[in-house]
Each structure stands twice: as structure tokens, then as C-alpha cells.
Write a protein that binds this ligand. Structure first.
Ligand SMILES: Nc1ncnc2c1ncn2[C@@H]1O[C@H](COP(=O)(O)OP(=O)(O)OP(=O)(O)O)[C@@H](O)[C@H]1O
Length: 580
């Protein structure tokens, strides 16, 4: 008998029988439970049908008990429609198209219920109308991308305790989740003793557990609580392609400038009021692109006068000429422009100390002065005198709203004044760099080691930003401003540009003209004026440009322009711009 038992066990091991699980509850109950679970799981998709059934039942009950209550149903429907359309209540929907849908569904359902109360839900053609409503309102419901994403996220949240145990984050909880355009983000509470570092090292495991693409999950510390964090899941990579510029959003220098989009799809907003900015990156990294985004916004600000320095012959900044009060394209012009900026800041500082005011508040009548310099290293190489003025503006300009915005390809120690200039620049944008050590040159010592890996940025326009409120190494991509955008924006705001306040203008006019134009007409200002007007571009030359060209004072230039205009030898092409 024992021998048979051994033989049988050996046989059973070699020929395993399929495992048969028999439920210990009756089949009917098991089937009902399975159907209930399926209905619960697919409750969101079934909502239009459930709502149709609920309406039929409510109509039946009201018709049986209170057939005369249909006016009450109609009044409640009107109130509910207003609440849904105007406030998104009670579902908390915020988008216009979702509110329109909610208001329409409420109206149709309420009207049907009022009729069903009065006539009975079986009264023809009410049943047919109800089916048509369910299908017609069901189609946008079933097709709605955010609703389906929300359902997927809800399922993940329900499954999170099991997933968390698998990836070694047992005890962590998802407190809430929000679906947005690019994916979703969840607020997480960690088990006591766990930290965000524990979550960060498990990011690849989280991506595998959630079934996302590699690199789709980001984790950020909750600044208020060491045991909480935000997990962001990007269904779509916001940096996968160029991001079109949505147009200017700033109207005053006090408004932060929107430069682009972080990897978590949030907007990069950088304050520029009373701040100098440095934009660094290798060739073709997108420096001019970032400058264009900033210029596009500053052009729309009514409290900023813009001056430009572009020693590439004006190649980058000339398209903005209609919005630039001055554009210097040679080392001499750049030196004179920066000398004038120092004169402006001296005058403003003097006025501030006389009036006992601490800072210069930009307004359309007393605008800030922002000097945009494309390729700062070129300026340092060709116009050392200009650099001295630029450093003076960097050191003293902030309080009196004279700000620098410099882009550079080569952030050498020499170009950065051994770091003196850079240390004054509190906004730093670092695009792709060729050498790792350039990260520390553009941002600051130790930033490369702290994770600001700008040498790994792999497409033009991608950058890291160091500024107020941005002190974590988060990758961003600048908006792409096309040539058409530049043309349209420059033309649109050209007539709305403010002029310098009288105090600042007088400071420039009173400047001794130590640096004379290299023009062959330097000794003959009248001839220099005629030549400048003859050679003026289509948009004409501004008064400061004519002052530069002639080396004469504003009043002289005005007098001569009036005289030339009277004889038809000069004409004003637009406000403050002249041509032969
Ligand atoms: N934000 C962006 N998104 C997509 N493409 C961009 C972006 N910014 C720039 N580019 C593209 O990258 C290329 C180089 O851009 P850009 O001229 O701004 O670089 P740069 O750093 O100023 O170059 P250089 O040093 O030669 O002046 C252009 O073809 C431009 O279309």
C-alpha cells in the first residue's frame, strides 16, 4: 500500500493535473458579483446609459406620485443649467466647452423629466427621445480625451498600494491626482521614514510599473513637507518638437516674461524688472531665439525703452528696429550707446538721492531702459571702453531701472570681466554648451556638479534657467519665434513705444561727444546728416541715431530736420523716424 502511495505521488508529479478552483459560493452570486465589479470598473463609460435609466425611473416615480410637479422640475432645471454653464457646478468643470456640454445635458435631461412627470415616461415619443439623447450626448462623452485619461489615472491610483509594494515604496499613498494636457500629476504622501530621494532612485521602476515610456516620470519635493512629493507623468513629451510662441503676454516690465515650457509642461516665467540677464550657449543653441522671445514681450511693454547692440552688423536685432529707440552696430556706436546709458543712470541716481526715493518705478512716462546686447564677447574684444560702461550699468543700473540683457557664445573669463559682470546678472539662461566647464562660467561655480548639465541638452532652444524662483536644475525649451512673428510684433508695437523721460533725455543731450563718428563727414555735421538720411533703412532713422551719426546735440538735429523737411530734402516716415 505504501509502495502504491509512493508510485502514485511520483506519477502525479510527472503528470500534473490542471488546477481547478471551485467557488465556495453559488454560481449565481459569483456571476452577480462579477457583473457588479465590471459595472463598477466601467462606470464612467456607462454613465450616459446609467443617467438615461435613472431619468426613466425618476420620471416614472414622479408621474405616479406628483404628476402636477412638472413646473417645479422645469424651474430646478433652469437653475441647474445656469449653475452648470456659468460655474461648472456640481462637477467642477472649468473649460468652456465642458461647461457648454454640462449645461446642454442638464437642459435636455430636465426638459425630458418635466415632460415625463406630466405625461408619463412611456408616453410616445418620450422613450425614443430619451434613447436619442443618450446616444447624442454619449458620443462626445465617450470620445472625451480628458475623461478617458481621468479614468486611467483613477485605476492607477486604486492599484497604487500594490504597485508601491512591488517597487519598494510600500506604505506610500496617492492623495490626489490631476489630469492635464501633457499627462497627469499626483500628490504623494510617503511612509514615515521614506524621503523623496527614495522615490527618485526608483523612478525607472515606477516607469516600468506604470507602463510609461522611459523618462516620462518626474518627481519633485513638496517644499513644505519632507515626506510629500509630486509625481508627474508625461504622456506626451512637451519638448519633442518646437513650441510655437503664443505671442507677448507681458504688458509691463513688472510682468514676468514667459520664455517657454519646462519638461513638466509648466510655463517658464522669469521676472526682469530691476534685473540684468545673461543668455549663454554655443553656436546654434538658440540664443537669438531666447532674445527674440524676450524682445517680443518687451516690445509690448509700454514702460520700457529698448536699445540694442548687435555687432554682427545688425543681423540679429535689425528686424526689431521699429521697436528699438537706438541700434548700435559698430564698436564706436556701441561705446557711445553704453556711455549714454551710464549718463542716464547717473542722472536718475542723482534725482533719486535729491528726491529721497530709493528706486525708479517704470511707467509709460518714466520708462525703464533695457539694453539688449547680442554677442557680448564680441563687444569685449572690439570695444574695451564699452565694457567699462557695461560693467558700470551692471553694478549700478538696477535701482534706476537701467537693465542689461546680454547674449554670449563664448562666456570666457575675459568677456565676463573675470566674473564681475556675471555676478551682477541675476537671471542666467544656459543653453547647450560645448564644454562642460562653460556651465560654471555661465551659471556659477559648482553648478555643473549640482546637476545643471547643459552640455547634454540635445536640441536648439533647450535651456536651464537660474533666477528668482528657479533654483533647481529643470530643463526647459524656449518658444520658437519665427521671422514672421518678429515682423508682425515689431510692426504692431512700433507706434506704441514710449520715449525716454525728459530727465534721462537731457542727460544724453548734455553728454560731451568725446567719441566722434568715424565717418568721413565727421568734420561736417550737415553733410553727415544728409548722408545718414540718404542711407537710412526703409523704417527711417531715429533722432538718437542721427545724433550718433552727426555728433551734434538733439536741438541742432531737430532744427536741421525741420529746415530739410521744409525744402523737401527730409521726411518723417513714422513718429520720430526720418529719411531723405
Ligand atoms: N526654441 C526653439 N525651438 C526650436 N528651434 C529653435 C529654437 N530656437 C532656435 N531654434 C533653431 O535653432 C537654430 C539656431 O538658432 P539661433 O540662431 O537662435 O541660435 P544662436 O545660438 O543664436 O546661434 P548663433 O550663435 O550662430 O547666433 C535656428 O535654425 C532656429 O530655427
Amino acid at each position: 500500500m505504501r509502495a502504491y502511495g509512493r508510485r502514485h505521488r511520483r506519477w502525479s508529479r510527472r503528470n500534473p493535473q490542471p488546477l481547478l478552483l471551485l467557488p465556495d459560493e453559488p454560481l449565481f452570486i459569483a456571476a452577480m458579483a462579477a457583473i457588479g465589479r465590471a459595472l463598477f470598473r466601467y462606470r464612467s463609460g456607462l454613465a450616459p446609459i446609467s443617467a438615461g435609466l435613472a431619468l426613466a425611473v425618476a420620471g416614472f416615480a414622479l408621474h405616479r406620485t406628483h404628476p402636477g410637479a412638472w413646473p417645479v422640475v422645469a424651474v430646478v432645471t433652469a437653475g441647474a443649467t445656469l449653475a452648470a454653464g456659468l460655474r461648472g457646478l456640481p462637477w467642477g468643470v472649468t473649460r468652456t466647452e465642458e461647461r457648454v456640454y454640462a449645461a446642454t445635458a442638464t437642459t435636455l435631461a430636465g426638459c425630458w423629466l418635466a415632460l415625463a412627470t406630466a405625461l408619463g415616461p412611456g408616453h410616445r415619443p418620450l422613450p425614443t427621445i430619451l434613447v436619442i439623447f443618450v446616444v447624442a450626448l454619449g458620443i462626445p462623452w465617450w470620445a472625451h480625451r480628458r475623461r478617458r485619461a481621468r479614468v486611467r489615472v483613477d485605476r492607477i491610483i486604486q492599484a497604487w498600494p500594490d504597485l508601491a509594494e512591488t517597487i519598494g515604496l510600500d506604505g506610500s499613498r496617492v492623495m490626489s491626482a490631476v489630469v492635464d494636457t501633457w499627462g497627469w500629476r499626483a500628490r504623494m504622501k510617503l511612509r514615515p521614514g521614506q524621503s523623496v530621494a527614495d522615490v527618485v532612485v526608483r523612478v525607472p521602476a515606477i516607469e516600468s510599473a506604470l507602463g510609461t515610456r522611459p523618462g516620462a516620470v518626474r518627481v519633485e519635493q513638496d517644499p513644505a513637507h519632507a515626506g510629500r512629493c509630486t509625481m508627474r507623468v508625461l504622456a506626451v513629451d512637451p519638448h519633442a518638437g518646437a513650441i510655437p510662441w503664443p505671442g507677448p503676454t507681458a504688458r509691463s516690465l513688472a510682468d514676468p516674461i514667459e520664455l517657454g515650457v519646462f519638461e513638466d509642461a509648466t510655463t517658464v516665467r522669469v521676472p526682469l524688472l530691476r534685473r540684468h540677464a545673461l543668455i549663454g550657449g554655443t553656436t546654434d543653441s538658440g540664443k537669438s531665439g531666447v532674445l527674440n522671445v524676450v524682445l517680443g514681450n518687451l516690445a509690448a511693454c509700454s514702460d520700457v525703452v529698448l536699445w540694442g547692440i548687435d555687432l554682427k552688423g545688425g543681423m540679429e536685432l535689425r528686424p526689431w528696429a521699429p521697436c528699438l529707440a537706438r541700434l548700435a552696430t559698430t564698436p564706436d556706436e556701441a561705446t557711445r550707446l553704453l556711455a549714454d546709458a551710464v549718463a542716464v543712470l547717473d542722472a536718475r541716481a542723482h534725482a533719486a538721492s535729491r528726491d529721497n526715493t530709493r528706486v525708479w518705478e517704470p511707467t509709460p512716462d518714466t520708462p525703464a531702459l533695457v539694453i539688449v546686447i547680442d554677442e557680448y564677447a564680441e563687444l569685449a574684444d572690439t570695444a574695451p571702453a564699452a565694457v567699462t560702461y557695461a560693467e558700470s550699468v551692471a553694478r549700478r543700473g538696477r535701482a534706476v531701472a537701467v537693465d542689461l540683457l546680454a547674449a554670449t557664445q563664448r562666456p570666457t573669463q575675459k568677456a565676463m570681466g573675470g566674473g564681475a559682470l556675471r555676478s551682477q546678472m541675476s537671471v542666467r539662461v544656459c543653453l547647450r554648451v560645448r564644454e562642460r566647464r562653460d556651465v560654471d562660467l555661465i551659471l556659477d561655480k559648482g553648478m555643473l556638479a549640482a546637476g545643471w548639465h547643459a552640455h547634454t541638452l540635445d536640441a536648439p532652444g533647450k535651456f536651464y534657467v537660474l533666477a528668482d524662483g528657479h533654483n533647481q536644475p529643470r530643463r526647459a525649451r524656449a518658444y520658437l519665434v519665427t521671422d514672421d512673428h518678429v515682423r508682425e510684433t515689431a510692426a504692431r508695437y512700433a507706434d506704441q513705444r514710449p520715449e525716454l523721460d525728459p530727465l534721462s533725455q537731457a542727460a544724453i543731450d548734455d553728454q560731451p561727444r568725446a567719441i566722434e563718428s568715424r565717418s568721413s563727414n565727421a568734420d561736417d555735421p550737415e553733410q553727415a546728416l544728409l548722408t545718414a538720411l540718404d542711407e537710412a533703412p526703409d523704417e527711417g532713422l531715429t533722432i538718437p541715431q542721427l545724433i550718433d551719426a552727426t555728433g551734434m546735440r538733439r536741438t541742432w538735429v531737430y532744427d536741421r530736420l525741420q529746415a530739410l523737411a521744409a525744402t523737401g530734402r527730409a521726411r518723417q516716415v513714422s513718429r520720430g523716424r526720418w529719411q531723405a
